[in-house]
Design a protein around this ligand. Structure first.
Ligand code: ACO
Length: 370
């Protein structure tokens, strides 16, 4: 038995949800470029869950369900108010989503119908949790979701406590489409491993959130913004990046396990970053990002991934850095739950082997002889 570090190149399952072939990402056969330009996040979530684009009545029914399920239990809000305000937002989100199961009478119902409803419920409630957490941490009361609004509009409304502008809603909606699914990424794999034991969907999504939190995965978008804040100005980019490369440190937001010639999602976020900067008459963050890209691609041959330009997009939308990875979770909840449903459909326990490299032929000796 020989281990493949990081399971690189290992094909661990079949899936009909999303694919990456020759650098092209598709959801259910639809190119991500097509979806980013034309689909809403709700249409995308429907596509991931049910394998086809919804008709108008199907989309309306989904939207009604998402709005119906968006409010979260009062007990959960009370619990979130007890979380330390300085705790990591992804840790708080992970705890809150885990707790959601406690308030769902169908949490342990393993029928397909119940799991499909729970997928929609989780998708509806995670944005409400993230917005509530953000407000509670600032000493503000959570805002209840609107009775009729898209996830992007409702999230910004709950976050800001006022009606968001159309440009911000559209930008967030496109970002949600771009992050919705990504084949067997680390968090999706974590979710599938969990439910392959026939554990419940809440456990699967909680595992996935834990995996997304890390800076080598979803946490990279916050790390990118931290870097931009540390750099501070366009002039400071060159010495900062040069020093980082000399220290052989990783630059967050660059590189990818699967894409070696560039992440197809990055160009959409790059364009959005420029558009938002131009609208605000301040393209500093965009200009700094482009300069970093020039240096990293030029010197290391590494291309930006989905996290790189999303940092300047979210900041220009007025969203705090600590919410970037939770927003990724809002979007990826659709992909996670689609994969969990697919795993249940044709389940087999996921239990690989390890190549043993430890000591051998040890003999037990009594404690007073060690
Ligand atoms: N900055 C500098 N060097 C890098 C970077 C980077 N961002 N990414 C890879 N490299 C270098 C490594 O140092 C390594 O060089 P070496 O062979 O000289 O030691 C080589 O490229 C291979 O890197 P690995 O980390 O082994 O590649 P792997 O496929 O395991 O990792 C990963 C992919 C984790 C995404 C990596 O590129 C990385 O750490 N990037 C920064 C974090 C990041 O942006 N993560 C988000 C990914 S997208 C997502 O999850 C949503």
């Amino acid at each position: 038995m020989t281990a493949t570090k990081g399971l690189e190149g290992i094909v661990a399952t079949t899936s009909s949800i999303s694919s990456i072939v020759d650098g092209v990402l598709t959801y259910r056969g639809f190119d991500i470029d097509d979806l980013a330009e034309n689909a809403t996040f709700e249409e995308t979530a429907y596509l991931l869950w049910f394998g086809k684009l919804p008709t108008a009545p199907e989309l309306q029914a989904l939207q009604r369900d998402l709005n119906k399920f968006a409010p979260i239990p009062e007990q959960l809000i009370a619990q979130m108010k007890l979380y330390p305000k300085e705790s990591n937002t992804m840790a708080a989100l992970r705890s809150a989503v885990s707790s959601l199961a406690l308030y769902d009478a169908e949490a342990e119902d393993m029928s397909l119908a119940a799991n499909e409803v729970k997928a929609v419920k989780l998708q509806a409630q995670i944005p409400t949790i993230v917005a509530a957490l953000a407000r509670i941490r600032k000493g503000l009361e959570p805002v209840a979701p609107k009775e009729s609004a898209s996830i992007a509009e409702n999230f910004l409304y709950m976050l800001w406590g006022k009606q968001p502008d159309l440009v911000s809603v559209k930008a967030l909606d496109t970002a949600l489409v771009l992050h919705a699914d990504h084949e067997l990424n680390a968090s999706t794999f974590a979710g599938r491993v969990t439910v392959a034991t026939l554990s419940d969907i809440y456990s699967g999504v909680t595992s996935a959130i834990g995996a997304l939190k890390g800076p080598l995965h979803g946490g990279a978008n916050e790390a990118v913004m931290k870097m931009l804040e540390e750099i501070g100005s366009l002039e400071a980019v060159e010495p900062y990046v040069r020093a980082k490369l000399e220290r052989r440190e990783k630059i967050m937001g660059f590189g990818h396990r699967v894409y070696k010639n560039g992440d197809p999602r990055a160009k959409h976020l790059m364009k959005m970053s420029l558009e938002l900067g131009t609208m605000k008459n301040d393209t500093t963050l965009y200009d700094m990002s482009v300069k970093i890209e020039e240096m990293i691609t030029g010197q290391k041959g590494l291309k930006p991934n989905v996290d790189f330009y999303s940092a300047s997009v979210y900041t220009q939308l007025g969203i705090d850095r600590e919410l970037f990875t939770p927003i990724f979770a809002i979007s990826r909840a659709s992909g996670w739950t689609a994969h969990i449903l697919e795993q249940y459909e044709d389940n087999r326990l996921i239990r690989p082997r390890a190549e043993y490299t430890g000591l051998v032929e040890q003999k037990y000796n009594p404690i007073d002889e060690r």
